[in-house]
Design a binder for this molecule. Sequence first.
Ligand SMILES: Nc1ncnc2c1ncn2[C@@H]1O[C@H](COP(=O)(O)OP(=O)(O)OP(=O)(O)O)[C@@H](O)[C@H]1O
Ligand SMILES: [Mg+2]
Length: 500
Amino acid sequence: MHAHETPSGMVMIKIGRVDVSLERRQLFLEDRPLRVGARAFDILEVLIEAGGRLVSKETLFQHVWPETVVEESNLQVHISALRKLLGEDKDLIKTIPGRGYRLIRSHDAKVCANEAPAHPPRPAEATASSNVPHSCTPLIGREQALADVTAALGRAPLVTLVGTGGIGKTQLGLEAARGQIASFDEVRFVSLSAVERPESTLRAIAEALALDAVHAGASAERLIQAIGARKLLLVLDNCEHVIQEAATICEQLVQANPHLRILATSREPLRTRIEQVYWVAPLEVPGEDLVPDEILKYSAVHMFIARTRARDPHFRADSESVRLIGTICRRLDGVPLALELAAARVTALGIRELVAQLDNRFRVLTGGLRTAPARQQNLKAALDWSSQFLCKRERTVLRRLGVFHGSFQLGEACAIAACEDLSMGEVTDAIAGLVSKSLLMFGPCGSAMRYYLLETTRAYALQLLAEAGESETLERWHERYVRTHSTLEDEAEAPATRYG
Ligand SMILES: Nc1ncnc2c1ncn2[C@@H]1O[C@H](COP(=O)(O)OP(=O)(O)OP(=O)(O)O)[C@@H](O)[C@H]1O
Ligand SMILES: [Mg+2]
């Protein structure tokens, strides 16, 4: 274990092959960030600070769970998670039976390892050429999703990650692509969000592939010819606004080259013959009435705390704050972008006030990353971006669905949203469109399939309803419907959805 400084000035502590940044609370293996839980990191921090000395279990409990009494098995779980991250250097965390743990320093380690070379030379990296950017922050809570997407890429030539704005499609796609670098001759990431005209889609792909011959006069034929039979993984990010062109190009490319794989991200499926759709789920959120220790196990909570700590390294959540964080995660539906925007407000508002302000989420959640695209600068922009792809009828139905507090069935939606100007058929079509565009959720609830809006989408729908001057009419309509159809009484439970 020794400290060194990276060219960017970040102080790193080396534990075996793993580098640790206490400042950023991150672990890296050969510059790649590793996923580590907040509690596990707290434990590691205490072990590092002990400088190789024994740290008793009591000390660890005091530092890591200052507010709660937890079972020893919790500690063991996090220690084994840390050992797993250290891989072949796992023995650097030594158990002192009945007493505690100590992190062995590098010169101690050499003695223990009997001077065997700590790291036998590893085979050269695959020669794949890739423009997939390195990840600066760890991906949280997506282990299963990554495994599923990777498996899907083995089965289908085109895998589309679909989900609502800010749910994490791009991050998941990037991480999945990084995992594929060794399996392909080339992995190319193409960001389509900046493509202004649909006809420029081909050119953007050609540019990312560095095909000079093609971007002068990009055509599908020239692109196909230039790609040839290469074993290529193409990541097409944010296809929704050029969806028709993206769908056509994907089909043409895949038909011409059996070795090509495409991983697309979009708020809507591409609807092609060759496609395997993967619905990206929100991060997991805790239910109500859980104890803080349980709440801390959920990935949404983990992410919120990580983002808050990135701004305030001294941030510590007591039991009350943990409960409130659980509420924030629930009310923001576990959507990473919303959690990130909320975490950015903690230093200015504090957790309690943040919860109180969630009813005004579009006004409060506005401090996006300077480097994020415009549609991710604030929560409303994320919905505006999706809303621009709706036809007039879909927009009308979306705002009217805002009157439902919980889940609802198609018949209920039709009865309310048809109002006086739409037919049942038109509402049904619009509902199908909204589901496809990830604005309306649909999933099993008890024995029936039901629809529901995420809380943020509902807040947006209600805002549109007010702007259209329809709030009162729809409320009245809804109340009358509820009076005559008692089944709406027990609608509150949000259903499980069709993710994965
Ligand atoms: N699993 C995760 N762990 C940590 N951060 C995440 C995770 N998923 C997403 N984020 C963060 O949330 C924000 C939104 O994620 P991302 O850009 O991937 O969403 P998206 O679904 O692609 O959004 P859009 O529909 O606008 O393209 C990003 O800043 C990203 O860093
Ligand atoms: Mg994206």
